[in-house]
Structures are given as C-alpha cells and as structure tokens.
Write a protein that binds this ligand. Sequence first.
Ligand SMILES: *Cc1c(COP(=O)(O)O)cnc(C)c1O
Length: 454
Amino acid sequence: MTKQKKFILQENQIPTQWYNIQADMPNKPLPPLNPANHQPLTAEDLSHVFAAECARQELDVTHQWIDIPEPVLEKYKYYRSTPLVRAYALEEALDTPAHIYFKNESVNPLGSHKINSALPQCYYCKEEGTTNVTTETGAGQWGAALSYAAKVFGLDAAVYQVKISMEQKPYRSSIMRTFGAAVTGSPSMSTRAGKNILTVDPTHPGSLGTAISEAVELATTTPHCKYTLGSVLSHVTLHQTIIGLEAEKQMEMAGEYPDMVIACFGGGSNFGGLAFPFLRHNILDGKNTEFIAAEPDSCPKLTRGVFQYDFGDEAGYTPLIPMFTLGHNFKPANIHAGGLRYHGAGSIVSQLIKDKMMHGVDIPQLESFQSGMLFARTEGIIPAPESCHAIAATIREAVRCKEAGEKKTILFNLSGHGLIDMTSYDRYINGDLQNYSLSDKEIRDNTSTLEQII
Ligand SMILES: *Cc1c(COP(=O)(O)O)cnc(C)c1O
C-alpha cells in the first residue's frame, strides 16, 4: 500500500463555525478589567477600541459555536483547507516509532496562520462603518496579513512594526507597503507613548508591547479608526480554531487521534487555534490528549511567569488582562522568532494552564533553529523561526517515544514558513546566533512591580 501523506478537505467539508471554548471551560477566564477602577469591562467599553462584534466575541462565555460570516468563509476558501501532512521523512530521520503529523498553515500567500483572524476582524470593521484600521506587528506576519485583509475589505491600514524586527526582516515592511499599508517602526516619535518610551531609552529596540501602545493610541485618537490585534485576545484565538476544527476532520481521514498537540506560543492564537477543538474532547468526552505550548526560553511566561492581571502593552493603555506574564515592562532578548517576543499569554490559555489542562515548554534559540533545519532537510519546507519552536518540542517528544518504545501520535502546527526569514537562517548557519538565559532574579525584579490584584 502506498503511504498517504497529505489530507485535504473538500470545499463543502470546511467548517462553517468557529469553536468558542469559553463556553465549555470548567473555570471561566477572569474578566478583563478597567485599569482605573478595576471594574470588569463590558463589550460596550471594548468596542471603543475594537470592532463591536469582536468585543462581543471576546466576552462570550456561553455560545459554543459562532457562525463564520459568509464573506469571510468565501475568502477562507481561497486557501483552505490547509493540508494535514504525515511527516514520514522526519519520523525516519529521528528513527522514532511516533507518528508525526503537522497542520501546514504556511500555505497561503501571506505565509502564516495570521490571515485567519485578519479577514474576520477587517470584515467586522467594514460592516460597522469603520474606514481605518491600525495594528502592531512583530516579525511582520500579522501586519502583512492585516494589510492584505484591509485591502480586501476596502479599509486603510496603519501598522506599527517592532523596530528591531523591521531591521532584521526588511522584506515584511515591503510586503505591507505593497498591500497599501503605512508602516512605522516602533517605538516612534509619532505617538505620545512612543515619545515617552524613547525619552527613557533612546535605543529601545521595540517590542510587541511598545507597538501595541502606539497603535491603540492612534486608534483612540483617530475618528472611524479601530484597532486590531493579531494574538493574545480571546476573539483572535476563536478565529484561529478553524485550524483545529479542520485538523480534527483530517486526523479522522488519517484514521488517528493525537496523543499530543503542540504549537509554538507568542500570545497563544495558533496554539489555542489548534488545541481548543481537541481539548473540547478532553473536557466533554474523556479524551486524554496532552497539550504543549512551545515558548522561547528567553521569554518564558508560561513556565516561569506569574499569573496576575497585567497590561497587554508596554505603556499600559490596554485593559488589565488575567495572564501568565513576565510583566509588561519585560524586554525580551532579540531572538529571531519575533512573533514570540511577547511578555504575556492570552487569558483563556492562562486559565487552562493554571487548571493544569495544558502546559508550556521552553526552547533555547539554537535548539529551535537546529530543529527547523532538520525539518527543512526532511520535509522540504523552511519553517518560520517561530514554528521552529513547535518542531523542537515535537522532536523532543518523538525522541522520548523512541527511548521509551512508545508509539504516540503527535500533531503540531506549522504556523508559517520562513522564506522571509533567511537572514536569520544565514546567521544560524554562520554560527552567529546564541542562546539567552534569564536568571530567576531578572524575572522576579520585573514581575514584582506588578500590582497585586489577584
Ligand atoms: C505571530 C506568529 C506566531 C505567534 O503568535 P501566536 O498568537 O502565539 O500564534 C507564531 N508563528 C508565526 C508564524 C507567527 O506569525
């Protein structure tokens, strides 16, 4: 029998609803709070910054299933379903009895999973009469997806890109500008938040936290302008559940069910997007899948952070969100996985980790690239530096299976390709990259400044 390697859904099998795990969680996430008075925020409050529908989805803890609007579904069908692939060549190279599958979210023209949420966010903005959208971006995947989605729905986009990532990955700014977006490096002198940050530290390399501050400020000071976010928030992860819902059907086609589900972790949207539809079966049907979020060891909020209310951005403009965090002033090392340089985790995943229903694992930068290189050489796809963390965690588990003689089924998310990140690969190949470790004291010094709300 020839080995079947790739599983693809027919157009009529593509899910028409997203899955809202908040409805099924034994302990609901704590609500976002107004920083001024610590009162829970309403959808009405959030809709000053976000599209009203996104604000409603953010706080929805009752509806399990949320319809994907027809125009969004239409656009999804341009590139979905994405393939589920059995990584036979990687298995062989590792000589593991484990079965390794990956969901390939790199195969859309934008190159990452981010487009799955950019499309609905821009659609809702357009429906509600917004003309301009603003956002932050790290390595540029979210900015690229948002710039394209804004163009699709006829909106003007302004993107703040983390300055260090802009320098490391200049082509992503070119992509955003090609789609018509205005791109500014953050921290910049164009906002009050940016000026304040640069006054304290003129050489600040920028972080997702600084860029979010600037984008939120622009949205709140510009008429008919809404802010969009590429990760962290619950409605973003909701949109990303299209990944796991497809994977569920595709694993069934492959005749298997995952013992382990693994994805890299920045704010949690690709991890939650793949994991939640499977976690649903742990909660409701007694399945026993293990869920592993792979974060950089230089930004270890899941394994070494504290569970506390914190701001989503550096300047403290966002609501207070209950999260595993390293503190909003945390300055992540300049690792090349720009999408993972973020201080906090989304509130749903944070609650689920607190409840021990999923867990994090820390990956050093060199191990991540080494794993990405093996994946490239076996499967022929150059993974995004972010995705390399998921591959590294998968390889660790596959090697463990070999040592224990266990035949587990592992599913991981290939969140994006690395074709715009070749400078990073060059630097790895030339031996110019290093690991960054953090002392407990550094983490304590940063998290101890957080206000104790819980
Ligand atoms: C943005 C990004 C990530 C990290 O964001 P999450 O919200 O944690 O998924 C991971 N991989 C790629 C390719 C990205 O673009």
